[in-house]
Write a protein of this length. Structure first.
Length: 373
């Protein structure tokens, strides 16, 4: 069963998770915080999304700075295990299989006692149930209006829309008496991908999760900006994506090649662990707001991030090499958690013009003409 963006799972999460957590909370005595020792066992819950998990790199560094001898156990979804494995300073990764929740909950219960549990999921009720099942001296998670999920925690931290998500995460850490040093996500680059010729730019045009249409830029725009970059600079145009994106990526590549543009699709052709290296060795990444955008920021590659229905204040790239492009519609943004917008006509993405993006490209790559063509 597909875990990400599964409508049945979301319905079960809401209509079973909400009342179940409320009932479980009624029979649970809340604990008070006790100072942790020098070697605490800490459980981190983050079950959703590549981008969110990349932000957890900063969280882990904050914890490791204060507790260098502590043990960190990271509970993630099965689909997100590959991303979790790319984070440093984790002692144990425990994948939670959403399709087999009872088996996974038994596994959580068998992990033993933790001094502190921190849940970084703002809306999934399954996280609250995982937190309830885990044996921990103190449990902290988010409280958010109309989510009805905070009953399993000893302290519930308000989840806010007016700050970046990494600052929401830092508020969880503060509630656990963990000092904030201001770390930001950074991923190590360990290799060069020999099968991709230099120089190149990477286009990531495929949003993940919910509300895909509200975060997508038209295919014709990607084709036009690809033509301009190739004609100006001679850089190969690389399209990244997942297995579900492969067909569309190949179609656009075929269109570009028919116009004599050197283009290539790598959608589903490399494991996720190779993507930081692919991105880091590019001259530029242009991406919609999705996990690859955050990964690009985390490897400090020049980046143009296209934001439509999502807030760049909440979800913008954490990099001084990144430029955010948005159209500035009055209704923008309309998504916070990823699924609540009812918009059927995403003007915010439609009104991001090729010309605006092209000006940002020139600002990053310069005005050098490709004299070889």
């Amino acid at each position: 069963m597909k875990e990400r963006n599964n409508k049945l799972m979301k319905k079960l999460d809401r209509y079973i998770g909400c009342p179940l957590l409320f009932i479980l909370g009624l029979f649970r005595n809340k604990n008070t915080f006790s100072e942790l020792g020098k070697s605490p066992r800490i459980m981190l819950l983050k079950t959703a999304a590549i981008g969110d998990t990349i932000l957890m790199d900063a969280v882990i560094k904050e914890i490791r700075e204060q507790y260098p001898n502590g043990t960190i156990t990271f509970v993630c979804s099965k689909n997100n295990k590959a991303m979790a494995e790319m984070l440093e300073n984790i002692d144990e990764i425990v994948p939670f299989e959403m399709g087999h929740p009872m088996t996974s909950l038994r596994t959580i219960g068998m992990l033993g006692y933790f001094d502190l549990l921190l849940d970084f999921g703002p809306w999934p009720r399954i996280n609250g149930i995982i937190a309830w099942r885990a044996h921990a001296g103190f449990k902290i998670g988010f409280k958010r209006k109309q989510m009805y999920r905070h009953y399993a925690y000893d302290i519930a931290v308000e989840h806010r829309d007016d700050i970046h998500e990494i600052d929401n995460y830092r508020n969880i850490l503060r509630a656990g008496h963990i000092k904030i040093n201001g770390f930001i996500p950074r991923l190590k680059v360990n290799m060069e991908i020999q099968s991709i010729k230099l120089p190149y730019v990477v286009f990531h045009m495929f949003p993940g999760g919910s509300s895909i249409s509200l975060r997508s830029w038209a295919d014709t725009n990607w084709i036009e900006i690809g033509k301009r970059i190739y004609n100006q600079y001679g850089y190969q145009i690389i399209f990244s994506g997942g297995l579900e994106d492969r067909e569309e990526a190949e179609k656009i590549v075929s269109t570009l090649r028919s116009e004599h543009v050197d283009a290539k699709s790598i959608a589903a052709k490399y494991p996720l662990k190779h993507m930081p290296s692919i991105l880091a060795n590019s001259r530029l990444v242009i991406s919609v707001n999705t996990g690859i955008m955050h990964m690009s920021a985390a490897v400090q590659v020049p980046l143009i991030a296209l934001h439509g229905a999502t807030s760049d204040l909440r979800w913008g790239p954490l990099s001084d090499k990144a430029v955010v492009v948005k159209s500035g519609e009055k209704c923008q943004p309309c998504i916070s958690l990823g699924f609540e917008s009812q918009c059927q006509n995403p003007l915010c993405m439609q009104h991001i013009t090729v010309g605006v993006v092209w000006n940002k490209v020139i600002g990053i790559l310069g005005n050098v003409r490709n004299n070889g063509r």
